[in-house]
Write a protein that binds this ligand. Sequence first.
Ligand code: SF4
Length: 118
Amino acid sequence: METRIMTCIGCPMGCQLTVEVENNQMVSVTGNTCKKGVEYARDEVASPTRMVTSVVRVPGRKAPLCVKTAQAIPKDQIFACLQAVRKAHVNLPVSIGDVVVPNVCNTGIDVIATRNLD
Ligand code: SF4
């Protein structure tokens, strides 16, 4: 049995969780204030994911285009995702929600614009 300490990111309270893990499965969790902490711990043990935010340079513009993944992607894909975003090119105009990098790193998840840029 392994004990992992993690901070729930389900809300700003940031509860400190103590998670007992066996065979890569959550056995128990303490320190959570609500049931979201249990779900977070279970997901974090089984397949951790994160939302990724970044920026894309736009030729001729001072301000870059802010982007994010449309959903959380596997944590081990974050670096590859950021590399793909760095190589991205955008054609203006761009609207919030427009796909900037489709199916980033074959995750099935798009990187989308988070602001309008004319
Ligand atoms: S366990 Fe609940 S209250 Fe605590 S940080 Fe997670 S979501 Fe917030």
